[in-house]
Design a protein around this ligand. Structure first.
Ligand code: DAH
Length: 345
C-alpha cells in the first residue's frame, strides 16, 4: 500500500511536469485537478499515517514539493496563454478596415479672413511684409507724423513696456509702413497683416488685441484715383462683384487727404439697420495719400514720389461675414466655437 503511494507521487510529478495547456479551458481543467478544492493531491496528505515512521518526513516533503510544482506550473501556463492571446489579437487586426475618425482641426475665422485679404492683394502685385509687435515709439508714432504731444496719440491708448518710454506694443500695423520705407527704395507695394494692441476695456465690441491689414503703395505718380480703383477692386473681390463703395473725408496724421471707405451693405432686415446704424453703409477701412512729411521722415523724396496707404480691421470683417456678435469669442479659443469653421476653407 505504502509503496503504491510513492509510485503515485512519482507519476503525478511526471504528469504535472509535462502538462501543457493549450488554452484557457485546459488551464482551468489543470487548476481543478491539481489546485481545486477537491484536488487529486489532497488524499495523499491523508496517506501520511500509513507511511512508516522513518519515511514520514520525506513523504511530507515530497507531497509539499508536488503541490508547489503544481502551483508553479499553473502560473507558467497562465502567462504563456496570456501571451498567446495577445499575439493572436494582433494577428486578427484587419488592416483593411477604415481608420478611426480623428477630430479634425479648423482654421480660425480671423486667419480665414486675413488669408483671403492677402490673396486678393497678392493678385495685383502686393507682397506681404511682416514686422515686430513690440515697436519703437518712433516707428509707431513719430515717423507716422504723430510726434509726442500730438493729440492724435490719444486716439490710440498705448501699452508701453514696463520701465520704457520708448518701447510699446504697436497700436496699428501702420508701423510697418515706416519700417519698410526706411529699409526699401520705391517702388514699394506691400500689405502688412498682423496683431495690434490697445489699452481698451474689453467688451462685446472691442478688445485690447486685434488684427489689421495695412497696405502701402509708393511710386512715381501714384494718384488718389489709383487708390480708389485698388480699393474698389478689393471690395468687389471680398464682398461680391456688385459691391458699391464710398469714400468719406476723414483725418489720419499719416495721410493727406484722408478718407474712410464704406461698402454698401443694404437694409434688408433689422440686423442690417442695427449694424449700419440705419444708413445701409458699413465702414471697412481708413485710407489716404501718404503725407509728404511721412515720406520725408523715412528718407523718401516727396517731390519725386507719392503713395497711398490703407488700414483695415480683421475682426470686424470676420464678425460681419460669420454673424458673430461678440468679439471676445474670437480670442477665447473655445473649441465648440472654433469647430463651426471646420468646413470653411
Ligand atoms: N492706422 C489706422 C488705425 O489703426 C488705420 C489707417 C488709416 C491706416 C489710414 C492707414 C491709413 O494706412 O492710410 O486706425
Amino acid at each position: 500500500m505504502a509503496e503504491s503511494v510513492w509510485g503515485q507521487i512519482k507519476q503525478l510529478t511526471e504528469e504535472i511536469s509535462s502538462a501543457k495547456c493549450e488554452n484557457a479551458e485546459a488551464l482551468e481543467a489543470f487548476r481543478i485537478r491539481f489546485l481545486g478544492s477537491k484536488n487529486i493531491l489532497k488524499p495523499l496528505f491523508g496517506e501520511i499515517k500509513n507511511v512508516e515512521n522513518s519515511r514520514k518526513k520525506e513523504f511530507g516533503q515530497e507531497i509539499n514539493a508536488l503541490k508547489a510544482l503544481a502551483e508553479q506550473k499553473f502560473k507558467e501556463q497562465q502567462s504563456s496563454i496570456k501571451k498567446q492571446d495577445k499575439a493572436s489579437e494582433k494577428n486578427t487586426l484587419d488592416m483593411s478596415l477604415p481608420a478611426g475618425l480623428y477630430p479634425q482641426g479648423s482654421r480660425h475665422p480671423v486667419s480665414i479672413i486675413m488669408d483671403r485679404i492677402i490673396e486678393i492683394f497678392e493678385k495685383i502685385g502686393f507682397s506681404v511684409a511682416e514686422e515686430r509687435e513690440i515697436e519703437d515709439d518712433w516707428f509707431n508714432f513719430t515717423a507716422m507724423n504723430t510726434p509726442e504731444d500730438h493729440p492724435a496719440r490719444d486716439m490710440q491708448d498705448t501699452f508701453y513696456l514696463k520701465d520704457s518710454e520708448k518701447n510699446l506694443l504697436r497700436t496699428h500695423t501702420s508701423s510697418v509702413q515706416s519700417r519698410v520705407m526706411m529699409e526699401t527704395k520705391p517702388p514699394i507695394r506691400i500689405i502688412a497683416p498682423g496683431r495690434v494692441y490697445r489699452n481698451e476695456t474689453i467688451s462685446a465690441r472691442s478688445h485690447c488685441q486685434f488684427h489689421q491689414v495695412e497696405g502701402l503703395y509708393v511710386d512715381k505718380n501714384v494718384s488718389f484715383a489709383d487708390m480708389k480703383q485698388t480699393l474698389l477692386y478689393f471690395a468687389r473681390e471680398m464682398y461680391g462683384p456688385d459691391t458699391k463703395i464710398r469714400l468719406r473725408p476723414s483725418y489720419f496724421p499719416f495721410t493727406e487727404p484722408s478718407a474712410e471707405m464704406d461698402v454698401y451693405w443694404g437694409l434688408k432686415n433689422e440686423t442690417d439697420y442695427r449694424i449700419t446704424k440705419g444708413t445701409g453703409w458699413l465702414e471697412i477701412l481708413g485710407c489716404g495719400m501718404v503725407d509728404p512729411k511721412v515720406l520725408e521722415n523715412c528718407n523718401i523724396d516727396p517731390e519725386e514720389y507719392t503713395g497711398f496707404a490703407f488700414g483695415m480691421g480683421i475682426e470686424r470683417q470676420a464678425m460681419l461675414k460669420y454673424n458673430i456678435s461678440d468679439i471676445r469669442l474670437l480670442f477665447e479659443n473655445d473649441v465648440r466655437f472654433l469647430k463651426q469653421f471646420s468646413s470653411v476653407i
